[in-house]
Write a protein that binds this ligand. Structure first.
Ligand code: PEP
Ligand code: MG
Length: 583
């Protein structure tokens, strides 16, 4: 463990891109374009609108160039970020109110741009979803670019970098991050930002270690200070001691070595030392994440959270829009890789403005997921039709969330049948053999799993919810997080009962809760008979490497012992000892 002297300052933020960077700090400012808040006369409005159009065109040309460069030199995902900025720059929801403020309220173009975009930014930031909140960053980036062009000034915050530095900024725009040169920027740290921001996404793909959300980095760090950016733990250390510098040099070397070892498992089969195959799949919520899953060579997608399709929009996505989204994922991972699409799981901690749902006193026990879908059948059927249609083009499987009774499964399947009948009548292709599974995340589903297994093709255990319902511990409540124990023997028994029920009917069982991606859980779950684990894409290679060192016999013995344990602590100790022996 690194000893940090009290006088050695350390800032804690959000780990945005892994790795370690050390060297001289260089403070750069994101160009908050100054605004000249003039009002104009009615006669000037026309000229002002023309100025807006010129500014918009200038910004567009710059972004088009950046998109080409990004596509050629960085990657598709990053180029898509630039493409999304181009769309924003052309979006009537942004441009029309700006034009109105110029033409009707007689504001100059800068002020109109600033007022309209700032209002939208505030609206986005007020939403619950961190994903949508981060889109405010993109809008700020677009606003600043447009303002720079209106002022006729290129304003490049990255100008003048000639030697490798660690960048420190209040904030870096996603498109500025995209232009960072790896040979000149060892790492960066910002006061603002979160791990889902585009700035963070770009940093990860450029492989530049980064910590964001530090609040006071620009206040605490001066130009030229020696700093360490610890992108693994989300720390920035200012002016560290020589021993700390040495420790970090060693960590950096170990980190590189581990990355190389993991890279050798890319594209390899997921198989134990004695030949047992396990599907190591990825959890995703977007095409971007599907790309990461493909890069990490996941065996498929074990959980596609479709909620994101419904988020950040005023109206519900149409069947065609949903189909297009599913096809985009199939194109990204390939038609032979399994793609498990989970039907809408809204409610609980996932709120959606488009649904106008009432506040409930117990949202996790309330109107959510399959309950909402069975109540709003048109909405559900639209999604079922889109999923069924996508099954004609890839290895698509469907899975229902939050099933708590056999009746719910039957009702959902009846609607699926109805959707299929309609498609047949309309001559639209679908795969009638598409597997249909059930998420096991409510204890009652475990208790009737023998019945469910007769009518479902597979189970996927959602431990995030199963743990909270089994132990009566709210997964969002920090005060009782010590009680939220996936390794509690009660949870292990529920998992084991699920596997037994499925096996009796010849059905397979996977897991897509966070537990599935914990290396510690891997030998246990293998030994318990699960055949698919779906996790954060970044965990796939680590699990594949570990799996290659395990034997099924040892794993089965371990599972047997774990199931006899009396506490989560005892199970964890057992697992830690097992892993120690494997290493
Ligand atoms: C789960 O509950 O384990 C799960 C995967 O679903 P979510 O986290 O989306 O509720
Ligand atoms: Mg869940």
């Amino acid at each position: 463990m690194v000893k940090v002297r009290p006088e050695m300052r350390q800032l804690r933020g959000v780990a945005a891109a892994p790795g370690y960077a050390m060297g001289a700090a260089r403070l750069v400012g994101r160009q908050e374009a100054e605004i000249d808040p003039r009002s104009i006369s009615a006669e000037q409005a026309e000229a002002e609108l023309e100025r807006l159009e010129n500014g918009q065109r200038g910004a567009q040309t710059e972004l088009e160039q950046l998109e080409i460069t990004a596509r050629e030199t960085v990657g598709e995902e990053e180029a898509d970020i630039v493409a999304s900025h181009l769309l924003m720059l052309d979006d009537p929801d942004l441009l029309d109110p700006i034009r109105e403020k110029i033409g009707r309220d007689l504001l100059n173009a800068e002020r109109a741009v600033a007022e309209v975009s700032d209002e939208l930014i505030v609206t986005l930031q007020a939403l619950e979803s961190s994903y949508i909140k981060q889109r405010a960053d993109d809008l700020r980036d677009v606003r600043d670019r447009l303002l720079r062009h209106l002022r006729g000034d290129g304003g490049d915050p990255l100008q003048g970098l000639t030697e490798p530095v660690v960048l420190i900024a209040r904030d870096l725009a996603p498109t500025d991050t995209l232009r960072l040169r790896k040979d000149l920027v060892k790492g960066f740290a910002t006061d603002e930002g979160g791990s889902a921001s585009h700035t963070a996404i770009v940093a990860r793909s450029l492989d530049i270690p980064a910590v964001v959300g530090l609040n006071s980095a620009t206040g605490e760090i001066r130009d030229g200070d020696y700093v360490i950016v610890d992108g693994v733990n989300g720390l920035v250390i200012i002016d560290p001691d020589p021993p700390v510098r040495d420790e970090y040099r060693q960590r950096e070397a170990a980190y590189r070595a581990e990355r190389e070892a993991l890279a050798s498992f890319r594209g390899e089969p997921s198989v134990s030392a004695d030949g047992t195959h396990l599907e190591l799949m990825a959890n995703i919520g977007s095409v971007q994440e599907a790309r990461t899953a493909a890069e990490q060579s996941a065996d498929g997608i074990g959980l596609y959270r479709t909620e994101f399709l419904y988020m950040g929009r005023a109206r519900l996505p149409t069947e065609e829009e949903q189909l297009e989204a599913y096809l985009a994922i199939i194109r990204t991972i390939g038609p032979d890789k399994p793609l498990i699409i989970r039907s809408l799981d809204i409610g609980g901690d996932k709120e959606l403005p488009a649904f106008g749902l009432e506040r409930e006193s117990n949202p996790f026990l309330g109107y959510r997921a399959i309950r909402l879908c069975l109540d709003r059948q048109e909405l559900f059927k639209t999604q079922l039709r889109a999923i069924a249609r996508s099954s004609a083009y890839g290895c698509v499987k469907l899975m229902y969330p939050m099933i708590s009774t056999l009746t719910e499964l039957r009702q959902a399947n009846a609607l699926l049948e109805e959707a299929r009948r309609e498609l047949s009548a309309e001559g639209i292709p679908y795969n009638p053999q598409m597997e249909v599974g059930v998420m096991i995340e409510v204890p009652s589903a475990v208790l009737v799993a023998d019945k469910l297994a007769k009518e479902a093709d597979f189970f996927s255990i959602g431990t995030n919810d199963l743990v909270q319902y089994a132990l009566a511990v709210d997964r969002m409540n920090g005060k009782i997080s010590h009680l939220y124990q996936p390794f509690d023997p009660a949870v292990l028994r529920l998992i084991s009962m699920t596997v037994d029920s499925a096996r009796r009917e010849g059905k397979w069982v996977g897991m897509c809760g966070e537990m599935a991606g914990q290396p510690k859980a891997l030998p246990l779950l293998l030994g318990m008979g699960l055949t698919e684990l779906s996790m954060n894409p970044s965990s796939v290679l680590r699990c594949r490497m570990l799996l290659s060192q395990l034997s099924m016999r040892d794993a089965e013995q371990l599972a047997e012992q774990a199931l006899k344990s009396e506490s989560a602590q005892e199970v964890e100790q057992l697992l830690d000892n097992f892993l120690q022996a494997v290493k």
